[in-house]
Design a protein around this ligand. Sequence first.
Ligand SMILES: Cc1cc2nc3c(=O)[nH]c(=O)nc-3n(C[C@H](O)[C@H](O)[C@H](O)COP(=O)(O)O)c2cc1C
Length: 314
Amino acid sequence: MAGVTDVIFRQICKELGADVMVTEFVSAEGIMQADERTRKYTEFTDEQRPVGVQLFGADGERMGEAAKKIIDWKRPDFIDINFGCPVNKVVARNGGSSLLKDCPVLAAVASGVAKAVGEQVPVTAKMRIGWDENSVNAVEVARILEDCGMQAIAVHGRTRAQGYGGEADWEVIDAVARAVKVPVIGNGDITCGADVVKRRATAVSGVMIGRAAMQNPWVFREAKHFLETGEILADVMIEERWELVLRHCRLAVESRRNGTEKQTLTAMRSRLMAYCKGFPGAKELRQKLCQVASVAEVEALAEYSIGQGILAEF
Ligand SMILES: Cc1cc2nc3c(=O)[nH]c(=O)nc-3n(C[C@H](O)[C@H](O)[C@H](O)COP(=O)(O)O)c2cc1C
């Protein structure tokens, strides 16, 4: 997830049970220019494996070259292609979900990457179910992707027009999973183990969790425990939540990935707000978090929040 699943957040998710993770998406052109920022997006550690690097772009040949380059640099466990991004900047350059409207180009991108990568690593794809409600074509697109050599397909059950609103359509995800032989990973609105169990009743081979992890990275631990035992783990206490928030801040500052401490904390504000959704006094906390500029300030907020002595209800 762009702006979210950086190397530090992935480390946290891995520790909490995430099985397979993907980098923030990167443009094929960024890879070709090997710019510093793009390198940063594709960073991962061996402990985080299996990790995929996600590429977007609209030119199969350039995408293929970029995929080869990234394999030389990083040896990721797989290359993933983004056919789901709804953001105007990406769509305007014919990347992401815009390719759902142009199956020949989508096929050229998928096969361009698959051919360039060959047997080195698997190539996978992530897609939405269509451009809008009048053009839901996920089954057709998935068949094309399979024919082009994609070895797994993740399907976010929304159209591009939906953005992140409304509900993910798991009937379409199920239809896709039944239509192709490669594993299909269902994605959309999973927030707990019970959701995973519910969605397992479809034909998917796995599920993908997005936004829920931003607020609650413990979701992986909770979901796995629920799958193994049928028991729901006790809510994570506010102390443990703050401990993780602070650890994330410290790791980010230590890494100097975003410059000074002030720059790092400024860049992290939206992440901190996501973590604190649902905390007691969340409204006031949010107002303060959108001004923090040092770890010490976050520590003070944590102390204040914990000191209120109220257990969060999630
Ligand atoms: C901030 C943000 C950034 C995202 N960036 C990406 C991305 O780079 N690549 C991608 O395939 N999906 C991206 N997504 C979409 C998610 O991976 C996921 O498909 C979507 O949020 C639906 O799943 P969820 O209901 O579990 O959140 C992003 C979503 C959000 C909210």
